[in-house]
Design a protein. Structure first.
Length: 330
């Protein structure tokens, strides 16, 4: 089977522990090179992961003609500049979320991508590639719980490391950018439309410039979606979708383990049904679907317009929290 040859920009944890092993086990991909800021760290990552080539600079990796696609897990402030460099080097790009620091940043990337229509560029929102989300989307589409009227999402972890990139405001850190973006994305995915306006709230936390506790309300045409995200709380996650005739609970919506089954709790007319989802690696699924888009020369599953729409809402949540008022979405 044809294989997409991947190069990875940096030895970031998400790449080492999740995405690279997923690509290596995928049907249509192989990781042929990795780059880091030093040759030592690149060599270490390459040896650990069984990658053939290691580069001491991102530029050297992009210059490798034997690489078809780039996976970009760099800190958020480097997503757009290095994805643009990758596109200009003739590489397809899968970039970690959120795609940029704000909507204007994402628009720069989209403008460059449009100048290279033969290259595929996609934001790596891996959760949508897990079968449980496809099941839930189908249930909602088929009217399984009636008209959706409310969605609530919660996502949290506890990170007090001041040196961690997620606690650096200049690098695009904070709860909204790192995990709140999932809550926004899933709400748009389930309603299959954009919110009309949003209201955001951020609770300051002593010693940190980034948002550590953020909540939001998104008003859609037929209902609402609320969320809370925290980087300074006990780790946890769930999504609850309420419709006129039932509800769906997803106990582990964002980070199910690849080798572990998940379950969806469907409730209709006070009857509870548990829908078991077989183990699946959403990172591997994402890599294979991206590769298939490349080989078939078809649009990627998640277009850049979706990334821009999500980023506009993130911007509006920040603006709303600052001004303590509802913000319309263009």
């Amino acid at each position: 089977m044809q294989k997409l040859r991947w190069g990875v920009l940096s030895s970031a944890k998400i790449g080492r522990e999740k995405v690279i092993p997923a690509i290596q086990s995928s049907l249509q991909g192989e990781v042929v090179a990795i780059a880091s800021r030093t040759q030592e760290s690149a060599d270490h990552a390459a040896k650990e992961l069984g990658i053939k080539h290691a580069y001491d600079s991102y530029e050297a990796l992009l210059a490798d003609p034997n690489i078809d696609a780039i996976y970009n897990p760099l800190p958020n402030h480097l997503h757009v500049p290095w994805s643009i460099k990758a596109i200009e080097a003739g590489k397809h790009v899968l970039c970690e979320k959120p795609l940029g620091l704000n909507a204007a940043d994402v628009e720069k990337l989209i403008s460059v991508a449009q100048q290279h229509p033969h290259l595929q560029v996609m934001e790596a929102f891996m959760y949508r590639f897990h079968p449980q989300w496809k099941t839930v989307k189908q249930l909602v589409r088929d009217g399984g719980i009636g008209q959706v009227r409310s969605i609530h999402a919660y996502f949290a972890y506890n990170n007090h490391d001041a040196d961690n990139i997620r606690n650096n405001v200049d690098w695009g850190g904070g709860a909204l950018m790192d995990i709140g973006c999932y809550c926004i994305s899933l709400s748009r995915f389930i309603y299959d439309e954009e919110p009309l306006r949003v209201l955001g709230q951020i609770t300051p936390y002593a010693g940190y410039d980034v948002d550590c506790f953020v909540s939001g309300i998104m008003e859609f045409a037929d209902g609402n979606a609320t969320f809370s995200a925290s980087t300074k709380s006990e780790a946890g996650q769930y999504v609850k979708i309420h419709g006129e005739h039932g509800s769906i609970l997803m106990p582990l919506p964002f980070s199910p383990q690849a080798g572990t089954s998940t379950h969806i709790i469907l409730k209709r007319n006070d009857v509870r049904e548990e829908i078991i989802q077989v183990p699946s690696d959403h990172y591997r699924n994402m890599a294979d679907e991206f590769a298939q888009s490349v080989f078939a020369k078809e649009p990627v599953p998640t277009p850049l317009s979706d990334a821009l729409a999500n980023m506009k809402i993130i911007d509006a949540i920040f603006a709303s929290a600052k001004d303590s008022q509802w913000m319309p979405i263009p």
